[in-house]
Structures are given as C-alpha cells and as structure tokens.
Design a protein around this ligand. Structure first.
Ligand code: DGJ
Length: 729
C-alpha cells in the first residue's frame, strides 16, 4: 500500500487496497503520462499502455503533433497540439498561449498537507501517503506541483495542482483544472446527478458516446442543476459488480467535469474549476492552488464506490466535534409559519416539541431587520424585537428551560437592496455600476472577495451568536451569481472574482467555527444547490432539498446518498399536503423517509392530530436507536423506486455486522400477488440474524441469497423499517 517510484521502469505507483494508479515518465522528454488505473496489478512495467497510437519512442515522434494529441497525459496543457480538454492553459503578457510541462523532481511522504484556504480531505501518515511531482515549463518559468494522495485503507486517491510563476514576467492562467484521467474507454456509462430546485441530484445514467459530454456549473455555486460528480461505470456494472471510476470535486463554485471519448477507444475525463469565466493573474513569485478532486475506483460495482465515498467523507473530510456525534432531532419553523411568527408562536411549537422529546428548535428566516417577506433586510443582522421582544436571549433561555437547544437561520452572503447595509454600501454588492443588477428573490450577492465586506457581515453575526445560547446555525444561500463585477479588482483581474468569492465564503465559515467551536453548522442553499464536498468540510450536514414530499424525496435521497453519507443528509417530516407538490401521505411514512438522515420536523406541531402527535416519541426513539446505524454503518441500495416504479429500499449495516436496518417504502400498491423478495446485502454469510418483525432466524447467507419476503401492505405510500439483529450464541 502507499506510493513508490520504480527508477528502472520510470514509473510512479500509487496503491490502495483494491486499486493501482501508475504514472509513467516518458523517455527523455520527461512527460508525465498516465499508464494505468484500475484493479490492483503487481507489475510496474506498464509504460507500453501509453503508446496508444504508435510504437515509436519519443525521440522519433516527440515533436510530431499526433504524438501529443494521443499521449495519455497526467496534466495536459493547451497549445502544444493536444487538442483535447486541457488542465492548464496560460496567456503570457506577450500573448503566448502555449504551455508544456515536463518532470523535474518528486517527493513522497506520509500523510497529507492541507490546502491553504481550501477545503480538502485530510489524513495522517497512518491513513495515506502523498506524492508531489514537480514539473516545469522552462520557457514560461512556470512550476507546477501535481499533488496525489493515496489512502491506505480506502480505494480513494486525491489530486490537485499548485502552480507557481517562477519566471520574471507575469502571466494569466486561463484554465487550471485539478485532475485528468486519460485512459482506455472500456465501454462505459456516464453517471451524473442532474436536477433543479426541488429535484436535486437525480441519478442519470447514459452510455458514453463519442465526443465531449459532461456536466458543469457557471452559476457561481455548485448548483441545483449539476453536482460536481461523475462516474464512469462499465455498461454491465450493477450495485455489486463491474468497474466504476468516479470523480468528485471538493469545491463549491463553478466547475467542469467533462469526458471526451474518441473513436479510437481513448477517453479523457477532467475535473476542475470551469475555465469559462475563469482567469487568474500570476505576477512573478505568485502561486495558485487548485481545489482538490477525489478519485474513487471500484471493481465491485456502484455499491462499493458509494461506501468508499461515505467512509472517506465521514472520517477524512467532515471535521469538528459533531463529526462522530449523533445529530440532534429538531423542529424548524419555516414551513410551519414562514415569516409570520413571534416569540409566543415559537414557544408554542417548542413546548409541543419538548413534550414529545424533540431536542432543538430552529428559528428560520424572518427574525431580523424589518423582514416581513423576502423583499427586504438581508444584511441587517439585528433582531426584530417587534417579533421577538427580549431578543434572542429571551427565546434561547425559554427554549433551554424546556430542555431544548436553539438554532438560528442566517443568509450571510446576501443583501437586500431594501436594507440599511445596502443603502450605506451599495458597492458591497456584486453588480456593474452602469447597469441595473438582476435580482433573484429580490436580493443581491455580497462581494465576499473583499475582506471589509466579510468583516462587516461577520461582526454582525458574531454579535448575534454571542447574544444568546445559539448552538446551531443554518447558513443559507438563495441565489446564483450574476452581474459579477467587483469594485476592488482591476479590469484585467475580474476573472478571479468567482473563485475569490468562494474562498471568501470558506474563510468566513472557518472563522465562525474557530470562534464558536461547539457550533453545529448546517449549510443550505435554496434547498440543496450547494450540496458538495467543499461545504462538508465546514458543516457536517447539509439541507438536501426544499422538496420534502416523501415520493420525490426518495429519488433525491437516493441520488444524494450514492456519494454523500446519510449523516450529511438533512431530512425533515413535512406538513401535509406537501407544500411543494400538494401530495397527501401518512405521517408515519413521512417520518420513515426522513429518519435515516439528520432528522427533524418542519411543520406546525401545534396543528397535528392527537394520533400524529402520539407517533413522534416512537419516531424519535427509532432515530436514537437506528440513526447511528444509518449514519455510521455501511450503506447498501437494495431497490429503487426510480427504476421499478413501485417500491424503494436500502439498508445500513453496522461496521461489526451485528445489526442491520432496512428502510422500505411501498410507493404504489399492486393487486395482490406474490410479495416482492428483498435480497439483503452486507450481512455476514455465516452468522445468524433474527428478523425482529417475525422472530424468524436465518443465516446471513439465507437473508441475502434467499431474501426477505416483504409483507403485503394495502394502499400507497406505506413504509416500514425492518431490523435484523445478530443472534449471538
Ligand atoms: C431556502 C431554504 O432552503 C429553506 O429551508 C428556508 O430556509 C428558506 N430558504 C428561508 O428563506
């Protein structure tokens, strides 16, 4: 396991438990070519795979355009005759637009360095090894360090690049991507997570065709529409078999994840900041660090890919005191009251919640400035004492007296034109002076690239959070970036703004966590439009979608959980009929669909029927008992309503394989017939398990290969948790 260099073969080997990644140093040219990535192989002499078109060595072919256009490259550059998507593109002050990198030296060491100002996975020497490959373009005076980290217990490799101008004149980076996978097209499907507001991360799977295809965001955030994730899965790959190569970007702004497949059977997949709208000026001595891309390989299908992402993110990305702690159950007042609340109304909800055992009240939008609806006051983070007499202190004290915590909603990145902040500092908003800016939800985006803007917002937040016992913050962000221009940057550097904005958001969240170390932070963005590994570095949980209707949530949570752990997926029991689509579903099923995530209620508890109220303690007990199995265990997708149009099922198994919980939802009922059989996964074949519903005992093998007969339930939208406990002798 780990990383080595075979000097004779001139090959770098990155090895994880089930995969090998080989980089070849090509002949005298010093190109870093991609030799192999896939299932573990013992051999280092894999250079032959880099000669895809011609057997002739570099000395005969190296200056021929065709050579570079076909060489599988580790970090391809634009301008030399490699016409596929480049990771690096430059423009010098003289207007030269060619870059060409060759190897200089390397370092291999234990552990993983942090990426300054950026979120990234982390690990010590016992968890991972890092390879730094220093390359240069002598003509440009450009040094590029390619960073690779291989995890010793997970089939995950991370990549990023540090680009330094070691020359004497300035140059602009016009593309600086993070990773490239140049390899053989083995007949792949491209899997992406497409969506929109209320339907985030819908799983899409389509056969790759020749040419370019992929996903991107140019919205300034990772977006509702596309998640920074792609997987290349063999056509035949299922949950438990077949090869899968996945890439996920630890970043929350514009991104590109593109695959180009050629008729010659070659494929290039790249991931990084979208070059569109990007330009970064490097003065002599200046440096740019790209965000990190995570590569996961599985030869045991999509399920193993998912579990690798879950383990990696739970232990090596999410940080802080809440990483391993059960997350509190909560009641959020958004769909209960929208903007129409006061202290008394909130306390009514809290009292009902406390009686049932809910642990936290979250006060959502509308508590500040003169905010009566979404037309005003963002930026004025001062408590509205007309609604909340005695301020947040009184509310927090009373909520605490009920034995509950208090959480608070904020939207720090935004400003309403109708606000004191905007009236005093219109230049704090991103906008172009000669134009009327485009509004979205009546608001503008603050220029978080500027320290004075961040400081002004942060000082206000700090004051609010210090004024009362607030133990959780929901950090919302409700619009995309448009009219992107900053008064603080010269014309030639406006291309840096989108990235500087994202760095500003990261800096502020880091500050918040430093000053309030016990705080539980939940990110949110108009539902789930910034659900990405970048945000997970700061907040252990993210609001998944504003759509809480159980049927649609099944699809949203299926797509989300394919990459992100259940412990990061916030899910609430919504009001009925659903505020997003009007569907009526049983309270019990709404609870069950939310249960595997970070669980809460988002409705007016004071308006529930006695029968509904009486179900809450049981739901909370299930959350206490089985939440940890879902949050910390191994996730297995068993059936998908998206595919079968009838029912949905997944299960989680504790790491010691002693307890398994199946979350089953019958979406549409069918005429009586033989009940469906659910083939369980992840149990120990040889151990015996009791199905608690019926008391039946069987071996893990029987439950997996024979299967569990599903009980017949009459009617639509019924769910059930099935528990299997190990029978200990
Ligand atoms: C969008 C979020 O997704 C909702 O949960 C809610 O907090 C609203 N914003 C409040 O404006």
């Amino acid at each position: 396991m780990g990383i080595s260099f075979n000097a004779q073969e001139r090959v770098f080997r990155l090895e994880t438990p089930g995969s090998a990644y080989l980089i070849a140093l090509i002949d005298e040219a010093g190109f870093l070519a991609h030799a192999y990535y896939g299932r573990s192989i013992p051999d280092d002499n894999m250079q032959y795979l880099t000669r895809s078109l011609s057997d002739q060595p570099f000395r005969e072919m190296g200056r021929q355009l065709d050579y570079l256009n076909n060489l599988p490259m580790e970090y391809p550059c634009r301008g030399t005759g490699d016409f596929r998507e480049a990771c690096l593109a430059v423009e010098t002050d003289e207007g030269y637009r060619t870059a060409n990198l060759t190897y200089v030296s390397h370092k291999i060491y234990g552990g993983k360095p942090p990426l300054e100002g950026l979120p990234a996975t982390c690990g010590g020497a016992e968890d991972c090894e890092t390879l730094e490959l220093l390359c240069e373009d002598k003509a440009l005076g450009l040094h590029v360090t390619l960073l690779y980290t291989a995890f010793t217990r997970l089939d995950a490799i991370t990549r990023s690049a540090r680009i330094e101008n070691a020359g004497t004149s300035g140059l602009s980076l016009t593309a600086a991507l993070s990773a490239c996978l140049d390899m053989e097209d083995q007949g792949f499907d491209l899997i992406t997570l497409h969506g929109g507001w209320g339907c985030e991360r819908m799983l899409c799977r389509e056969a790759l065709r020749w040419g370019e295809q992929g996903v991107r965001s140019t919205r300034g955030i990772s977006s509702h529409q596309e998640n920074p994730f792609i997987a290349l899965a063999q056509h035949t790959a299922t949950q438990d078999q077949g090869q899968v190569y996945a890439m996920n970007f630890v970043y929350s702004g514009n991104f590109l994840a593109q695959v180009e497949s050629s008729h010659e059977g070659q494929l290039r997949a790249v991931m990084g900041i979208a070059p569109e709208e990007f330009r970064w000026y490097l003065s002599p001595g200046g440096a740019f660090q790209t965000p990190e891309a995570v590569l996961v390989y599985s030869h045991e299908g999509l399920g193993a890919m998912t579990r690798t992402f879950h383990d990696l993110y739970r232990k090596h990305l999410v940080r802080g005191p809440w990483r391993d702690r059960p997350r509190p159950s909560l009641v959020n007042n958004w769909e209960a009251t929208y903007f129409d609340f006061d202290t008394e109304k909130l306390l009514d909800i809290a009292r009902t919640a406390a009686k049932s055992g809910v642990e936290m009240l979250v006060l959502d939008d509308g508590w500040f400035g003169g905010r009566k609806d979404d037309h005003s006051s963002l930026g004025d983070w001062v408590v509205n004492e007309e609604k909340l007499p005695g301020s947040l202190k009184r509310l927090a004290d009373e909520v605490n007296a009920l034995g509950m915590k208090l959480g608070l909603w904020m939207e720090p990145e935004m400003v309403s034109p109708d606000s004191d902040l905007y009236r005093a500092h219109p230049d704090y908003a991103l906008q172009i002076p000669s134009r009327d800016p485009i509004l979205s939800r009546w608001q503008l985006v603050l220029d978080f690239s500027r320290k004075e803007v961040r400081d002004c917002v942060y000082d206000q937040l700090h004051k609010v959070l210090s004024s009362a016992n607030i133990e959780y913050v929901k950090w919302d962000m409700n619009r995309e970036l448009s009219d992107v221009w900053s008064s603080a940057l010269p014309a030639g550097r406006q291309g840096e703004l989108r990235h500087r904005y994202v760095l500003g958001v990261y800096e502020l969240q880091e500050r918040l966590l430093r000053d309030f170390p016990g705080l539980l932070l939940e990110n949110c963005a108009s539902g789930g439009s910034r659900f990405d590994p970048g945000m997970l570095y700061y907040s252990p949980q993210i609001w998944t979608s504003d759509n809480m209707d159980v049927v649609e949530r099944l699809r949203i949570q299926e797509g989300t959980a394919m990459v992100y752990p259940l412990s990061t997926i916030s899910a609430h029991v919504p009001a009925c009929p659903s505020h997003t689509n009007g569907r009526t579903t049983p309270f019990e099923t709404r609870g069950q669909v939310a249960l595997p995530g970070c669980f809460g209620y988002e409705l007016d508890l004071t308006k529930l029927t006695e029968e509904e109220l009486s179900m809450i303690p049981g739901q909370l007990e299930d959350y206490k008992k089985y939440g940890p199995v879902f949050h910390d265990g191994d996730y297995y997708r068993l059936a998908s309503y998206r595919e079968n149009g009838e029912y949905d099922a997944f299960m989680s198994v504790t790491k010691d394989k002693g307890l398994a919980v199946v979350n089953y939802v019958q979406v549409l009922s069918r005429v009586p017939r033989k009940p469906p059989v659910l083939h369980l996964r992840g149990l120990d074949e040889g151990r015996r398990y009791r199905f608690t519903e019926t008391g039946e005992e069987r071996s893990g093998a029987a439950w997996m290969y024979g299967g569990l007969l599903l009980p017949r339930m009459m009617g639509d939208f019924h769910g059930k948790l099935f528990v299997l406990e190990e029978v200990r002798p």
